[in-house]
Design a binder for this molecule. Structure first.
Ligand code: URA
Length: 290
């Protein structure tokens, strides 16, 4: 059947409305059918010498390569699924071990680029490491990159980021005077909230990043960031606006949580409290050395 450009437009609109905003492959893959085929196959005894395998997936420092899948039969055109991810506990341990080697932000970035233990890396376009001034006294940490951040490789560059810039400007700060990163540095598909496992796997990275930047004040943007970094299950409405201690591993710094700018875009009434938080942050900044 020949499809007109209007048909293609309708198909795309249908997918967009259904929340599909990322293409993983050129061809659709029925993963339900694939996993149904593979379940019995995994129980079969392996032929001597093992099954034919594709090139081994990239190893994560500290992790053995993820198990490879059997090679496709030549008749099957559909691309093979990605290798099974590492179990979360193994991946988290590998991340924790890997970051110990990082003595600078550049080294940490390289370690994160090479890390293969978080499945989000496969669907994201790139690592979103950080923006701003690594010598800043104030560091802000969001949840995870969105679509624009994924495209540009920088945190908070979309609508929420523009509001964050305005919030910073209200207390005389900008991206030359703050450092910005995320708890999870790869975009979750469809901008969904990172799962607890994904967050746990990525935590050693942001913890090391905070330790290396060594700010005087840490600002958690939103409940996800606050809960992950401040090890609490309290909601953002109760957490926000009060200073707490954050142990970087080498010293204790002051940490505060405020509403996520994306939440403020949806709930402008929260801006009044966010403004109070910004004033508290301004008051807590050590005086500038002239
Ligand atoms: N939301 C986040 O938490 N981080 C970003 O970088 C962008 C949006």
């Amino acid at each position: 059947m020949q499809l007109s450009s209007d048909d293609w437009f309708d198909i795309l609109a249908f997918h967009q409305e259904a929340g599909v905003d990322v293409a993983l492959d050129d061809m659709p893959v029925d993963r339900f059918a694939l996993s149904a085929q593979e379940a019995p196959r995994q129980q079969e005894p392996q032929p001597r010498g093992g099954p034919a395998v594709r090139a081994a997936p990239m190893a994560t420092p500290g992790l053995p390569p993820a198990p490879s899948r059997p090679a496709a039969s030549p008749a099957r055109a559909a691309p093979l699924p990605q290798p099974a991810p590492h179990p979360p506990e193994e991946a988290e341990l590998a991340a924790r071990e890997a970051v110990q080697a990082a003595t600078s932000l550049d080294e940490l970035r390289a370690i994160m680029e090479a890390f293969d233990g978080c499945a989000l890396k496969r669907t994201a376009s790139r690592l979103v490491f950080a923006d701003g001034n690594p010598l800043a006294r104030i560091m802000l940490v969001g949840e995870a990159p969105g679509r624009e951040e994924d495209q540009q490789g920088l945190p908070f560059v979309g609508r929420a980021g523009r509001l964050l810039d305005l919030m910073l400007a209200s207390i005389g700060l900008d991206r030359t005077s703050v450092y910005i990163a995320n708890v999870v540095p790869w975009r979750p598909p469809g901008n969904r909230t990172p799962s607890p496992q994904e967050t746990t796997i990525c935590l050693p990275f942001i913890r090391r990043q905070i330790e290396l930047v060594n700010p005087d004040i840490l600002v958690c943007l939103g409940g996800q960031s606050a809960q992950a970094l401040l090890s609490t299950r309290e909601g953002i409405t109760r957490l926000r606006g009060r200073f707490m201690d954050y142990d970087t591993g080498t010293r204790t710094i002051r940490a505060i949580a405020t509403f996520h700018p994306a939440y403020l875009l949806r709930t402008p009434v929260g801006k009044r409290l966010a403004w109070q938080d910004m004033l508290a942050i301004e008051a807590a900044l050590p005086p500038k050395v002239q």
